[in-house]
Design a binder for this molecule. Structure first.
Ligand SMILES: Cc1ncc(COP(=O)(O)O)c(C=O)c1O
Length: 492
């Protein structure tokens, strides 16, 4: 069957009619609407459709044939030539304004620096898929669908399901010592959206944002995209070095002196180093925020799992002056594709936050919120965390043991007391990226981490290793593969 050609002829234009037909067919080829082998309408039919004489269409077809875009097959009709796609890409746009849109999009961030599949993937930030209670989650979803009223299926409140906010309020009161009311909680499409909304809300071009150094590059992108000027502050064994904030402001500030607007921290399990912010530093940080009139964003992305020592109260739980926004996520406990996170806001910020949420996506998907509220209320959630905590503790111990066995005192392990990943510094002559690439050839994917550092660079190759989604057997084989890769590089 011939392709329908939706050509528009403007008889008032100076451009010859045949040239208009020619141009629009060429554009359809260049744009991929017409592909090699497509049959064009017969000249008689197209001329009727366009209300032009047949010679107009014939002239256009002949020109395109002469240039190699079309071919006439005797008795069969006119087709887009096999070589048309190549010819089409090299030709300039023939009509339209060749519009290019100036965007301020951040550089696209690939989460997989090495793209091919690996047998032992130490990807961080992902929970164990194999033991996720999918049947129970499915039941919660089915139940939420069964209970759904028309009200739940239309545009609901931007702040999200009351049932879920109520459960979260209970959860953070009992596990994070945050005395939050459901009215202060807004459900977001992952923690990422909460962080984006906060930066859009609080930052204007050139406003300063203090971040831990190292920190996640996605966070840097979020703050920079809203015009923020990133000021890195070093991290030591006690977490962010609060006493260094003024020095860092002086060292990194561009332009006239300003007061910083935001400070972003990961107190429970610093990303990526993994240290926990000490109690003294928490108090110092809150005091600093009060003095500087700045807002602290506490990203509590994986605080549920702690293997050594006591869990500390959240910074937001210690705050008495409404200077901390607490951001939580269900990505690490259930699964990232759920895309449910939340922000606990000082009361004065709730309305402005909701105004930005409204224009961003109106609301986060509702059925999943109801299912999650049910999952938490029924006790499944707490049981899942309990089970996973035990599993991850074994996987973590296995990883530490494997690293020590393979690398002895050449490996420095950081941040293994909590969360789903740890960081290693490896004393080796090998280059960080070269080692990651070689390890992949041996079947293990490890993630270079020096890119997270801003002001300083680690002395040795540094890698972030997630262990939650690998069995003990896989962990041993994977670290063995990394060791063999390192030996191979050292021999060369
Ligand atoms: C430090 C940190 N914060 C926030 C997030 C985002 O979480 P979410 O999936 O809820 O958007 C991640 C995801 O990996 C993370 O590593």
């Amino acid at each position: 069957m011939a392709i329908e050609l939706l050509i528009t002829i403007d008889k008032k234009r100076e451009t010859a009619l045949s040239r208009q037909v020619y141009g629009q067919i060429l554009q359809a080829i260049a744009g991929g609407c017409l592909k090699s082998g497509d049959r064009l309408p017969a000249t008689r039919l197209l001329s009727k459709q366009l209300l032009v004489s047949r010679s107009v269409v014939l002239e256009a077809y002949e020109q395109l044939q002469a240039e190699g875009y079309l071919e006439m097959r005797k008795g069969a009709g006119t087709f887009v030539a096999a070589t048309a796609a190549e010819a089409g890409t090299s030709s300039p746009p023939v009509s339209g304004d060749g519009c290019t849109v100036a965007t301020k999009a951040p550089e696209f961030i690939s989460f997989d620096p090495l793209s091919s599949a690996a047998a032992y993937d130490f990807r961080h930030g992902v929970p164990a898929w194999d033991v996720f209670p999918m049947d129970r989650w499915q039941r919660a979803l089915n139940e939420a669908c069964r209970r759904a009223t028309p009200d739940m299926l239309t545009y609901g409140p931007a702040e999200g399901s009351f049932a879920l906010r109520d459960e979260i309020a209970r959860l953070v009161r009992s596990t994070r010592s945050i005395p939050a009311l459901p009215e202060q909680i807004v459900i977001t499409t992952g923690a990422t959206q909460a962080l984006d909304i906060l930066s859009r809300l609080c930052l204007s071009k050139g406003d300063q944002v203090l971040v831990e150094d190292p920190t996640h590059h996605v966070l840097r992108e979020i703050f920079s995209f809203s015009g923020g000027e990133i000021i890195p502050v070093p991290v030591d064994q006690e977490g962010i070095c609060v006493r260094d904030i003024d020095r860092c402001l002086a060292a990194y500030s561009q332009g006239p002196e300003r007061t910083p607007k935001l400070l972003y921290v990961t107190p429970s399990h610093q990303f990526p180093i993994g240290v926990t912010l000490s109690f003294n530093r928490r108090i110092q940080l809150l005091e600093w925020a009060r003095r500087s009139n700045a807002l602290i964003i506490e990203d509590d992305y994986d605080s549920e799992y702690r293997y050594v020592g006591q869990k500390a109260s959240a910074l937001a739980g210690l705050d008495t002056s409404g200077r901390v926004v607490y951001v939580g996520s269900f990505s690490k406990i259930l699964f990232p594709a759920l895309r449910i996170g939340y922000a606990i806001l000082p009361p004065a910020l709730v309305e402005p936050f909701l105004a930005v949420k409204m224009i961003t996506d109106r609301m986060t998907a509702a059925i999943e919120q109801e299912a999650l509220a049910d999952f938490i209320r029924s006790g499944q959630y707490a049981r899942h965390i309990g089970r996973m905590g035990k599993l991850y503790a074994t996987r973590r111990a296995c990883l530490v043991e494997a690293l020590q066995r393979e690398f002895g005192d050449r490996v420095h392990i950081l941040g293994d007391e909590a969360g789903l990943h740890l960081l290693i510094e490896l004393q080796t002559a090998a280059d960080e990226l070269a080692l990651a690439a070689e390890a992949l050839r041996y079947g293990a994917r490890i993630y270079p981490a020096s890119g997270y550092y801003i002001g300083s660079r680690p002395e040795y190759p540094t890698f972030i290793l997630g262990y939650a989604n690998l069995s003990e057997h896989q962990i041993r084989l994977g670290i063995g593969a990394v060791a063999r890769a390192e030996q191979a590089l050292s021999r060369n």
